[in-house]
Ligand binder design. Structure first.
Ligand SMILES: [Fe+2]
Length: 392
């Protein structure tokens, strides 16, 4: 790896869970750890799919073994509506709970973060949308991911749906960082291959976007490049053989450090241009990001040839005798190969998106222009149109 010189004049922050337990069987520690956080009664915040997969049992068992009372709220929905988060927060307040444990994918973890926060801050989640709007830290918070993608357990963000105008809203607050994250790869074994692929590619997008972001930090650069290398090696294995625990472990770890990286380093145009695919075509978050990733990367290359070449190397490409541009371009082909290995097409036409929808896509992409700011290359409206057009 090349030596990197960091800019000491640029202030950077590192965000992560206060404590993280990582390893097979880590979930057995949930009870003891919850007790350290002074819990007597724990609300598990999750969704029906997680319950059906039998994943709540292991958590409950560990909590009850330590004499803790446990309740389960399993009504979290994808792209969680504010209404459901508020309902869950009411259940927490009225049930006399003193610790919130989020269990599941990004939606359950994001919701649990706000439920804990609303234990100490009155009103609705919608009252706290924006940056640093929460005045107080909430109840103790433990997050347990069952997918390897969002990295939500390492970020200070909750994304929710405001049903009044059907838009996504975001709460940013240091108080949303958990007191404890438990990363147990056994809990991710039941993910079907397509979910493994989509969530794993979401983690890859987080890592790549953060690594090349103009807002990246020394911590974010180190963590994201390491995550890219791990995902390139282990995502195909986790996809091919869902029971491969070592691959699952590496993916869970990689998603977590990607989360820490983007929590401080920020995202970019891939998330910006993918957003409309989620709202208009109801594609999973990870899938829509994966579709846009190679197209945005190809556009971005000239913005930072050296970093894209480093990505190519991290993904196992041999760039030794290549020109800087050729070396950078290897990163795009490596991503395309990885997507092929996990059966994810990067062509919009394969998802029923019509070329006639191009103006709608461009409009939707431009609406997320705030995410173009940290992108390594500026985007004009014509660029946005060209990127979408090239994705068919
Ligand atoms: Fe994402």
């Amino acid at each position: 790896m090349k030596t990197t010189f960091y800019d000491m004049e640029k202030l950077s922050a590192f965000l992560a869970s206060k404590k993280t337990l990582l390893g097979r069987g880590a979930i057995a520690q949930a009870g003891q750890e919850a007790k350290k956080l002074a819990a007597g009664k724990v609300l598990v915040v999750t969704d029906a799919g997680v319950v059906k997969a039998g994943l709540v049992a292991a958590v409950e068992e560990s909590l009850r073994r330590e004499g803790l009372e446990v309740g389960v709220f399993d009504g979290i929905l994808p792209e969680p509506p504010a209404r459901v988060i508020d309902q869950c927060a009411d259940a927490f307040r009225q049930g006399g709970y003193d610790l919130c444990l989020g269990l599941g994918g990004g939606s359950s973890l994001d919701s649990a973060k706000m439920v804990a926060a609303l234990a100490a801050n009155s009103g609705s989640v919608l009252d706290y949308v924006g940056l640093d709007m929460l005045p107080k830290k909430g109840a103790p918070l433990v997050l347990v991911p069952t997918t390897a993608g969002t990295g939500s357990e390492a970020t200070r963000v909750t994304v929710l749906t405001d049903e009044s105008d059907n838009t996504k809203k975001v709460v940013f607050s240091d108080y949303l960082l958990p007191d404890l994250s438990i990363l147990d790869p056994v809990l991710t074994l039941s993910m079907p291959p397509s979910v493994t692929a989509d969530t794993g590619l979401d983690a890859l997008v987080h890592a790549i976007e953060t690594y090349v972001s103009v807002n990246t930090t020394p911590y974010a650069e180190i963590l994201s490049l390491q995550a890219i290398a791990m995902i390139a090696r282990h995502l195909p294995q986790a996809y091919a053989k869902g029971g491969n625990l070592l691959a699952r472990y590496n993916m869970l770890f990689a998603a977590n450090i990607s989360g820490s990286a983007f929590a401080s380093g920020g995202l970019g145009a891939v998330h910006g241009l993918a957003y409309v695919l989620g709202t208009e075509y109801h594609m999973a978050h990870g899938r829509s990001n994966a579709i846009m990733l190679p197209h945005v990367m190809a556009f971005n290359l000239s913005g930072n040839l050296e970093k894209y070449a480093n990505i190519a190397e991290a993904m196992g490409e041999d760039t030794l005798r290549l020109s800087p541009y050729e070396a950078a371009a290897q990163a795009v082909s490596a991503v395309r190969s990885l997507m092929e290995a996990v059966n994810v097409s990067g062509r919009l036409s394969d998802y029923g998106v019509s070329r006639d929808d191009l103006p709608k896509l461009v409009q939707g992409g431009l609406a997320q222009a705030r995410l173009f700011v940290p992108n390594p290359r500026d985007l004009s409206e014509a660029d946005v149109e060209q990127i979408y057009a090239g994705a068919f």
